[in-house]
Write a protein that binds this ligand. Sequence first.
Ligand SMILES: [Zn+2]
Ligand SMILES: [Zn+2]
Length: 137
Amino acid sequence: MTLTGSCMCGAIHYTAEVDKYTAALCHCTDCQKWSGGAFTSNAVVPRSSLKVTKGTPNSYDAIGDSGKVNKHFFCSNCGSSLYTELEIMPEMTCIKAGGLDNKEAHMNGKIDVEFYVKDRPRYLAAVEGAKQEPMLG
Ligand SMILES: [Zn+2]
Ligand SMILES: [Zn+2]
């Protein structure tokens, strides 16, 4: 399938050609800070599959619990969170699913895994059927 996505203002567009992807929620405090929400929803794809087709994302290097760099890509015009590249997962890119087009933000209604459930807000329940990882797993 071809995933396409963009930021809120449309300055950045991207595509990813994938057979399938892992649908992951992350409740870590960096995801909360970065998104302004309670968690991020991610389509985790092979890093080589992601192509930016319009514009140039800005990036910010956060240092994760691991001590390694988590590179956060965003639109410097509208501030939308686009995707992250984690040094500890060099083969993968975590596309922030809210930026995906064609209702793919729903990720087919199925979440494969939840990360950092130790930091999940107390008002949210675990997603049924999703693997529960206290941290990154
Ligand atoms: Zn933008
Ligand atoms: Zn996170």
